[in-house]
Write a protein that binds this ligand. Sequence first.
Ligand code: HEC
Ligand code: HEC
Length: 408
Amino acid sequence: MKKKKKTALLVVTLIAVLSSFYFLLGYQSKQDGKLACNCPPGFQLTEQNTCILRNLYQQYSSLQNSGVGGLKTALPTVRDGFSPQQIDLGRLLFFDPILSGDKSISCASCHNPYKGFADGKAVTVGVGGAVQTRSAPTLWNVAYLNSFFWDGRSHSLEDQMQGPLFSPIEMGATRTQLLSTLNANRNYKELFSEAFPTEPSDSIQLNQIYTSIAAFESTLISLNSRYDQYAHGYDQALNDKEIEGLNIFRSFVARCAECHTPPLFTNQQIAVIGVPELEGKPLDPGAEIPNNDASMRGGFKVPSLRNIAKTAPYMHSGSMETLRDAAEFYNLGRGHAVPKDENLILHWHIWEPNLSDDELDRLVDFMNTLTDESFIPQIPKDVPSGLPVNIFKPIDNKVKTGSKVSMD
Ligand code: HEC
Ligand code: HEC
């Protein structure tokens, strides 16, 4: 009798444990291994089967008269309205190395969710170890951006991704090869026809690949940092040092908020600020090239500072190791790092604010409050190609180096 009771208890416990594992792994949103039919957190499903973003900033109507660095200001228009299936398919594609020419790297190799969707390197490394000239920007909140790349040369997510996909030194794929590999994969053929039910499904199209990846990227929303809680009126969210930092950040002395304008922490403009390159590297002409405009030489898009604590090293060149270095850059004198033979036209807000060491520390304290990774997507355990995902939680890096096991 006693033994039976014990066994029954054991079975019940086992079932409870197993089912909670099942739940934790996120299988509840899946049906028969197919695509999710719910929107990711933060999004609301409409009757038309599209996901619409909801957040507290939508209660603020305008950017007008809010003052520089005003707290209760609206965000720019967001890119949303994709279906749950397209978003989920994009997630699988994003982590699948099948997208690269030699099947060795995925978008996530350079935009790693565990590294703030950057890669922790000064400059990125593409297929076959090809070293790039610029650092990988974060993908958090790209749904709000109207231009892409450090030099702002692209104007949509769909257009942007064709850069890395088809660059021989990044992912090294070709359009023909990408289409034939995906079309030869039964899993992908099924998933694409599920995500694009109204389009003819006999073969996967390039624009369906672009749409899905863009759909996924636009769900990487980070708007619930302690700064945001403070902005919405919860005074306790920031401590005194952080509030002091916020006030320096938006003061007309430091002028950070003139360019890194809340709530997105970028005004989305190109500014020439005179950042140094990595030692021994030539000056990166930046926005001069796509705009064919010498006055934009050395100009780069103002990056958002959301989740900035996660994406060291900093700047287009990856030349600054810490946030303290980045803050100090603005204090070292206008144009101090510009090569002598260059005559860059620096932005007028770049000047000599003469901030004290304490004030620089407070700026760092403040930038550290911009972290919110609560909507980090689920890293797929397996991708439809069956290739290894190779994205590890930082803590697992040490023990799992070289292992082909993917993390969930
Ligand atoms: C080899 C590393 C690498 C891979 C792989 C890679 N990227 Fe990037 N990504 C970069 C670098 C470096 C930049 C900045 C390049 C520049 O500004 O010229 C960038 C820029 C971007 C941007 C612009 C962000 C902004 O704020 O302007 C987006 C979006 C993006 N990548 C998405 C993707 C997607 C989607 C994929 C997969 C299809 C991908 N990347 C694959 C390295 C990579
Ligand atoms: C004139 C506009 C402007 C002002 C003012 C400004 N920034 Fe920037 N900031 C930029 C641009 C442009 C970049 C990218 C430059 C590059 O990579 O070469 C940048 C980059 C950064 C980065 C690195 C971001 C990353 O993703 O690597 C940090 C951190 C930063 N700024 C903090 C500050 C702080 C703190 C202040 C105030 C002391 C400030 N900025 C003032 C335009 C500005």
